[in-house]
Design a protein around this ligand. Structure first.
Ligand code: ATP
Ligand code: PRP
Length: 232
């Protein structure tokens, strides 16, 4: 069976089901409301695996699923050197969100990454410890700040409500996903003018580690044909 991992809940799951459904591949959750099992109709040999969006990159990298739908941000953040582990089959055109660096709106002298670097150096001199940036996107943010010459900071882990860490005094700045910008505004934060780390959307990925030597390769070709995608 060709295993395809799909987010198990929320907007990403619904929009993924819609995207496949519009192309003649029907996916649905089965069992009761809380049971994580699913079914695929319209194509033979495909098994639906419902997973947390955040776990799909790891499952692809391990080859435990052949295909997976998740955010492009999550693949880049969770997998070292991601193009060696997965290939993009299709950008799905939903799940859009920007990963950005934001600082308190009242920092009137800090509008760019250069300003942040200067502020971070001054912060360390004044406080004796490095300026803290709260995020759950450790790899993406670390690589982005290194590429852009920001050095004197430390990342602190925040797995949710990240915009609240500044008010709660556990960080001075944040790096998080934004879509409408409401959460940033409500928490008196502003995005640095050059602080866009990644523009994310949902992507259908193919595992490079999965076993493609059996019937799954034929199933993939049939699926790509059905979905109107170039053969993988
Ligand atoms: N407004 C938004 N807020 C959060 N994530 C968004 C938003 N819009 C799109 N996304 C995308 O959705 C994905 C995160 O989905 P989700 O929160 O379900 O994953 P998760 O971290 O695995 O969740 P959980 O751990 O609660 O199961 C990311 O790729 C993110 O970019
Ligand atoms: O720009 P906006 O439209 O306001 O959306 C962005 C917010 O949505 C997400 O949080 P989510 O509700 O998923 O909760 P989380 O804090 O647990 O990640 C994200 O982490 C931001 O906090």
């Amino acid at each position: 069976m060709l295993k395809i991992g799909v987010p198990s809940k929320g907007r990403l799951m619904e929009k993924t089901f819609d995207w496949f459904g519009a192309r003649g591949v029907t996916m649905q959750r089965t069992g009761n409301e809380r049971e994580y099992s699913g079914a695929v109709d319209g194509i033979e040999g495909v098994e639906l695996v419902l997973l947390s969006a955040g776990e799909i990159p790891r499952e692809l990298a391990a080859g435990r699923i052949h295909l997976g739908v998740t955010g492009s941000d999550l693949v880049r953040d969770k997998l070292a050197d991601w193009p060696r582990q997965v290939a993009e089959l299709a950008q799905l055109g939903f799940g859009h969100a920007d990963l950005v660096i934001a600082v308190p709106a009242c920092w009137i002298d800090v509008d760019t990454l250069d300003d942040l670097d200067a502020a971070a150096a001054a912060f360390r001199r004044a406080h004796g410890h490095r300026l803290r940036i709260a995020t759950k996107y450790h790899r993406l943010v670390r690589d982005f700040l290194t590429e852009n010459g920001v050095a004197d900071y430390q990342l602190v882990d925040s797995q949710g409500a990240t915009e609240g860490t500044v008010k709660n005094l556990t960080a001075e700045a944040i790096a998080d996903i934004t879509s409408s910008g409401e959460t940033l505004r409500a928490n008196h934060l502003k995005i640095l003018s050059d602080g866009l780390v990644h523009q994310s959307q949902a992507v259908l990925f193919r595992s490079l580690a999965a076993d493609w030597t059996g019937a799954e390769a034929v199933t993939l070709a049939r699926l790509c044909d059905r979905l109107g995608l170039a053969a993988a």
